[in-house]
Design a protein around this ligand. Sequence first.
Ligand code: DGL
Length: 279
Amino acid sequence: MAEQTERRDCAAPIGVFDSGVGGLTVAREIMRNLPNERIVYFGDTARVPYGSKSRETILRYSRQIIRFLRTEQVKAIVIACNTASALALDEVEKELDIPIIGVIKSGAHVAAASTVNKKVGVIGTESTIHSGMYDQLIRAEDPKITVYGKACPLFVPLVEEGWLKDPVTETVARRYLQELLDEGIDSLILGCTHYPLLRSLIGEIAGPDVRLVNPAYETARELERLLAKHGILNTQAKPPGNEPYKFYVSDAADKFKRFANSILPYDIETTQKINIEEY
Ligand code: DGL
């Protein structure tokens, strides 16, 4: 009986959620690193952005999304959104009986391990930066590290517009990054789901002496460790012909699908819109 339960749990999907399309950068890393795993992704496209909202609101949204994901029998949850990881993870973790992780701890861990001069920059939404969560977690690992945070609210709309290499984006990026570079940082955390899509531009501006940390990559590896620890890592290949990834949104499914197909290593066939306020 226990064995049967375990087998069923291993084959169950992982729930991944974000305020919209940005969390697909995290889903992409999970697809690459854990090819046996199925994913149910929810993008809260009706209520994006989260980055300028209060903790209470983000907590309410996160609880609703988790209730929805549980109707899909997910075995674990990944909060792919930095803002929701910063503002809601601690609280919802206490309420759940399945494993859940966010993206901030992984990013903080890699940055703390990689900085040599103990000066780390973090860029993210207003809410993520003001939460101080990256700062807190990095300094818990090494109190000698100084963390310099910078909110970059214009990056999200620029990425959603597809202006990844545009001169306008470059001007904005130079302006945001200059004060961090002036501090002499040697590591920079891309602390928002959308920023890995600006990686090459940010890398050119920051220069070769600044290591860019993408929390999405480390989160996928942390997820693997978490699933293994709970005995629910899927070691069996997914059966062919069976749709392994499901995508749900709260609005504008077609727009989401177009964006997703431009960044995923796989073409999404359907995206379903649901009314998240019902959960
Ligand atoms: N997904 C959000 C994050 O990583 C960025 C977009 C938003 O503000 O909702 O913080």
